[in-house]
Design a protein around this ligand. Sequence first.
Ligand code: NAD
Length: 449
Amino acid sequence: MSGEGDQVPVKTSGPEPTPGMGPFSDTLRRLRETFRSGRTKEAEFRISQLEALGRFLEEKKTLLQEALAEDLGKFTKLNSGFIRKEPLGLVLIISPWNYPINLTLVPLVGALAAGNCVVLKPSEQSQSTEKVLAEVLPQYLDQSCFAVVRAGPQETEHLLENKFDYIFFTGSPRVGKLIMAAAAKHLTPVTLELGGKNPCYVDDDCDPQTVANRVVFFRYLNAGQTCVAPDYVLCSRETQERLLPAMQSAITQFYGEDPKASPDLGRIINQKHFKRLQGLLRCGRVAIGGQSDETERYIAPTVLVDVQETEPVMQEEIFGPILPLVTVRGLDEAVDFITRREKPLALYAFSNNSQVVDQVLECSSSGSFGGNEGFTFLTLPSLPFGGIGHSGMGRYHGKFSFDTFSHYRACMIAYPGLEKLHELRYPPYSEKRKNFITWSLNSQSCTIL
Ligand code: NAD
């Protein structure tokens, strides 16, 4: 819920809705338009609607009771009870190559903590880690409830023909769709931890060197192969001119005059991704870096300027040490740019003015958000981590992992005796019984009805 006194204009992110079809199209269009206007996000609006719903239930109680009696011949019954968190059963965890230990073991902790049996499918791209996970990890765990499967795309498709009770997938949106389609055949629920393009807005009111240090650090960590890394910067042309020397300075300070010789700069996972990234270097104009060496799968920390929205570097997730700067006229244009696209996994805003950071947060939607900071949010176990829309569904980390791998079973257990009291709920419904039932429901603590 928004904080008190929010004054910022509200917009809602998401791609333009596709026109509806059929007899419900007008209704759906009307509701989508209202959602996009941002009205439903205002706290006052939400409170007013819940109060109106309460008034409806209070004022039309008799009407509703009559309708229920006509339709079903009964009164609704509510009971108090308890939630039993139970393991889901046999779960499949599929992980990517970019943080091959973390992205395999962190979900595994949640699955085991909740009491599930697990099939682990690490990425075949990070072969050495895959080998250790397949050959050594099982020696530490009870193999009657745990297995590691070594499989490429084709074998994984076969694996997915089997029924699992839950699938936890981390990887690309493209494969995420295949996973969800395979899961749907068995009605298996999924968590999809996907990727995409994470925008980073830099306001004119900022200290360029501070912003450059933070953006450079989080962009080029792991050679840019991080799902939550800032994928592109949105800023004014003036801020771009101030940022470029500051970024060059940060790159030199972190990785030296010759970044290729730095032990702190990673390499690209394989030849295929190296070639893809080399292709992206041809977009726009190289302002910093741009060098590459195929023998080492090295790509220098690179900043591109003058890129067009239609160029590949602005169409696909970069997932490498390349950062395009895209110029906008100001905050409104930046927010518009962001909200016209798919909802990202992470969104960043840098400004000395906290209202600007708040406004980017308020006017957008993303899996997570960093204000004047990179992706340190994912180091806090108290925060959930996950995407929204095109960047995924579901969440984990800390207690959220346990909850993800648990079923919340709603339970009601009645006392076997006291039947005289229970009889009060049975038909035929005299006035006295109806009054008792009404009183019980209103008291909100009824465990009889
Ligand atoms: P990927 O989707 O290619 O592969 C992920 C996993 O799926 C691997 O284990 C792979 O073997 C398997 N796979 C590949 N093709 C398959 C198929 N046809 N059928 C079934 N399984 C298949 O992703 P990747 O290249 O390993 O990782 C990069 C992607 O992952 C990026 O998009 C990145 O943003 C995303 N990612 C997301 C997160 C997150 O937490 N949201 C974290 C890391 C990476």
